[in-house]
Ligand binder design. Structure first.
Ligand code: ATP
Ligand code: MG
Length: 377
């Protein structure tokens, strides 16, 4: 039997819950061609939300088209142009001949060579002199607008893991190029999303940065417990198993409403359940997940410096204000400048998140492992 919960894949159809407000806002932005920046920590549901909202927006507006790019593996400006050009080309035509024709027309002075991986139309590979492209990227940066205008489309370019562009060489100059082209587009909107809040905040909210005031900024939150409870209960019922509301709430609570972990814990509890899911089963499933991840957590912790580990210890002991001299001495954190550096490093590693001065550990299972295994020894 297929299991009723998903994690590590996009949540679609019946596996997608809630987010009504965000969906509405996003699909409104899509069809109004408003640029949107979507930020949340890892695995809170950005990609699932964008896909869902895109699907809904398209079904309501037949002029609307989407192009999805993932910057996850993109390390250089050249690779970015290559991905952008191939993805936009791919949506520009379904017939190969037209696509080749389009490639010649849209790429300005460049003469691209195209090839497909055997048996896979989706794997389009464009050969160009990308070093030359980097010097004159205009045609490629404007290609989406060219396609949209020609076809009378409204086109939304969605770029996942957008924070990666700030690791490119000369990324400020690159951002300037993007912005100066994209802001002139009349038929194209951009939806840029990713994790690493403070890096993205730098890109989109500092007045000195090229992407300042580029569009609507949305901070995705976790999904609330009140939404998880009916979702978990109904997924159990659908498969002829039962869980009480209070036990469904326990799952959400133990996973701290973290979307990925709620689904994983629900899944592990469901697998252990014959007919009726008990509290004991849930705790057992929870321990199972922490144990399963412990090797990963071990190596993640080994990558931390001693002051960073000391900081985590203090945080898990309940310290929130890191300014007192005694506390800094107790936990051997050095100076307050050092504490700032530690926070920044842990934020960059996506271990903690700081919002309105409030520090939280992002991964609830890691937190549990640190408390019950690592610091206990
Ligand atoms: N609306 C939702 N309803 C139910 N489960 C969800 C929802 N959104 C996300 N999830 C759960 O969280 C997991 C991660 O979702 P998704 O990949 O969309 O997040 P993400 O923020 O894009 O993650 P990453 O930062 O790794 O790219 C999904 O596999 C699913 O288990
Ligand atoms: Mg994602």
């Amino acid at each position: 039997m297929e299991t009723p919960f998903v994690f590590g894949k996009l949540a679609v159809d019946r596996n997608f819950t809630n987010r009504d407000k965000e969906r509405q806002q996003l699909s409104g932005n899509f069809s109004g061609l408003v640029n949107t920046v979507l930020i949340s920590p890892r695995r809170w549901g950005k990609s699932s939300l964008v896909q869902k909202a895109a699907g809904e927006a398209m079904s309501e507006d037949s002029d609307l088209h989407f192009c999805f790019l993932d910057a996850f593996n993109i390390r250089t400006e050249e690779q970015f142009y290559q991905t952008l050009a191939s993805e936009v080309l791919k949506i520009s035509a379904s017939k190969l001949e037209v696509l080749l024709e389009n490639a010649k027309r849209f790429m300005g002075t460049f003469f691209p060579k195209l090839s497909f991986s055997p048996g896979n139309q989706d794997e389009l590979s464009l050969s160009l002199d990308w070093k030359e492209v980097k010097k004159h990227p205009d045609a490629i940066l404007d290609m989406a607008e060219t396609v949209a205008t020609e076809k009378g489309w409204k086109l939304v370019i969605c770029i996942d893991e957008f924070q990666n562009i700030s690791t490119f060489e000369n990324h400020l100059a690159f951002q300037k190029k993007l912005r100066s082209h994209w802001q002139k587009h009349q038929h194209v909107a951009y939806c840029l999303y990713g994790s690493k809040r403070h890096m993205l905040m730098d890109v989109f909210t500092s007045s000195s940065m090229p992407f300042y005031k580029f569009g609507d900024i949305l901070f995705l939150e976790k999904i609330h417990q009140v939404s998880w409870v009916p979702f978990i209960c109904s997924r159990f019922e659908d498969t002829q198993k039962h869980i009480s509301e209070s036990n469904a709430a326990l799952i959400a609570e133990l996973a701290e409403c973290h979307p990925y972990y709620v689904q994983q814990l629900a899944q592990q509890s469901w697998l252990r359940t014959a007919t009726d899911c008990s509290e004991e089963i849930i705790h057992d499933a929870y321990q199972g997940i922490v144990a399963q991840l412990s090797l990963l957590f071990q190596s993640k912790t080994e990558e931390l410096t001693t002051p960073q580990i000391n900081f985590m210890k203090a945080l898990l002991d309940g310290v929130q204000k890191f300014s007192s001299k005694n506390m800094m001495d107790d936990y051997q954190l050095g100076s307050s400048a050092n504490v700032m550096r530690i926070k920044r490093a842990l934020e960059n590693k996506e271990i903690i998140d700081i919002q309105a001065g409030n520090i939280m550990v992002l991964d609830p299972m890691y937190k549990s492992w640190l408390v019950t295994c690592y610091f206990r020894n």
